[in-house]
Design a protein around this ligand. Sequence first.
Ligand SMILES: NC(=O)c1ccc[n+]([C@@H]2O[C@H](COP(=O)([O-])OP(=O)(O)OC[C@H]3O[C@@H](n4cnc5c(N)ncnc54)[C@H](OP(=O)(O)O)[C@@H]3O)[C@@H](O)[C@H]2O)c1
Length: 306
Amino acid sequence: MKAVLLTNHGGSEMLSYGEAADPVAGAGEVVVDIHAASVNGADYKVRRGKGRYLLNKFPHILGRDFSGVVSALGAGVSDFKTGDAVFGVTDVGLEGAYAEKIAIKAAIVAKKPASLSHTQAAALGLISLTALTAIEDTAHLKAGQTILIQGGAGGVAGFAVQLAKHLGATVIATASAGNHPYVRGLGADRVIDYNAEDFFAIGPVCDVVFDTVGGDSVRAGCYKVLKPGGRLVWIAPAEGPARADVETLRPDVKRDRAHLERMLALLAAGAVKPPAITRYKLADAGEAHRVSEARHLQGKLVFDVR
Ligand SMILES: NC(=O)c1ccc[n+]([C@@H]2O[C@H](COP(=O)([O-])OP(=O)(O)OC[C@H]3O[C@@H](n4cnc5c(N)ncnc54)[C@H](OP(=O)(O)O)[C@@H]3O)[C@@H](O)[C@H]2O)c1
């Protein structure tokens, strides 16, 4: 099969489009012929290889989100048949979606509704699992509460803005000026241009802050806008001191079918919609990484695989 091979840690030039062995379905697995795969913020971090992202084996195939069609069943798989359209996210610690095929545990894959394109399904996997786990399971955001979401135009944050609005919260988001129409269109009540004003000037009005941007200065500002007893949920790291009178929580994002189906139910109800999508050919993975790494994209970057 064709795949994008990470030949060593380093810059985007370490990604090369070439040949890899076709995967085989083990017991409990399906092989999916991938139609679309998406880029996540973690991908360039794995490519760079710092800290916990260090790999010990190359070539490595990146990529966590995929959508495609089941082409083979491993022993014991009864919930799918070949030809089923499915989508999903690789299990924690596993990757391999920048490719024409992937073998994956059937139990964590979901059926793709016909109303969702492969491109949209590949865009929605990890961002929805992360936002649902952060906002519903970790922050326990309730109607009437106020939430600040950092980086509202991004993949995870954009889903979180819609979810928080659907749950009945007042939603404040940060974004650069060019992304304000997009973030307002997702339902944010207020969008702050973090380049033009200090977002923390809103004062301690928030029950929850969701930090998808990270870094010490952003995190220090996040603590300033929380009410005493509030909750800071983060997915991008910072090292500064935490605030003692609020909870600081990191969501434990599982790759499971139940959360994918919860996302599908929200979509079907019209509570959320797919993100803005920029499409690339799989052979242009290096260019997609340069855009992702610059960290000012809107929504998601998705590869057309076949
Ligand atoms: N399980 C997990 O823990 C998990 C899962 C998924 C993602 N993540 C991590 O979460 C982070 C976000 O991922 P993602 O894929 O959602 O992000 P992304 O799509 O790469 O989004 C980056 C967004 O951040 C905005 N931004 C950049 N600097 C900003 C600043 N100073 N203030 C406010 N917004 C800023 C950019 O918009 P503007 O142009 O408007 O600035 C851009 O839309 C990444 O670090 C990723 O690795 C963790």
